[in-house]
Design a protein. Sequence first.
Length: 282
Amino acid sequence: MILLKNSIELQKWITKQQIKGAKIGFVPTMGALHNGHISLIINSKSQNLLTICSIFVNPTQFNDPSDFEKYPQTIETDILSLEKAGTDLLFLPNLDQIYPTGTAHQPVYALGNLENLLEGRYRPGHFQGVCQVVSRLLDIVQPNKLFLGQKDFQQCMVIQKLLELKQSLTELVICPTLREASGLAMSSRNMRLSVEGRQKAALIYQVLSNIQSKLVSSSPIEQLIQEGKSILLNAGFEKIDYLELVSVQSLEHNPNWEPSIPSVLIIAVYLEGIRLIDNLPL
Ligand code: AMP
């Protein structure tokens, strides 16, 4: 695996590969890699001649500075996992390579309501930060395909919008959420949970699956949602930012479940002070 830290060197390498006709798949990450990330690499490898992964913990997407400071960093094991998965190149930039003119005057992206709902409501500015870093990475890598995880459902929709705004030729490939045997969605943040917390966190997926199994066409789902929230709070989850049924298209709240309208159950909760998100498309 080639490791590059400099964006100009990376662009030169990519140009050479593209002249040879290589199709490039790109997997942007913030490191602390787990099998969910590796599944994106494997997906990319199956669809492209070359797979590039980036690791960059982007400060502009953290609305909570302590969350940024505590973000797990496991670069040595990350490199080994990426090599084992057959990644062709790891891009490991520092802040200057991503934001050569600083982070203060970044473009503002017209994301509409997408950035005000759900995650946007609780993490103001988060999706602007995500767009800033992904836009810059796309400009550098210019991949044929971009691989993102459905685990971050709203992020996938935001990046789809970003690709439209940039009139980009890059195709977005959304990959399924990888889970632990317990059902817990794999996440770098799980590393910060205690052993007991990790077991308890499996309740998030159980609650989503339980609501799904009880859905009856056209019935209001408010009661199921309230029951789900009580189960989590009684189990010791400190806070629920949201647990909602929303339309896949608009992410707007759906008070009733209509099988003809693609919907997703979506959740953000706190356990042991750590914010965990998950979702279940219906
Ligand atoms: P992150 O490092 O958390 O920014 O994630 C990098 C990419 O990995 C994003 O596209 C995530 O959606 C994706 N990802 C994170 N967790 C999972 C998972 N459990 N299954 C599949 N993809 C994931």
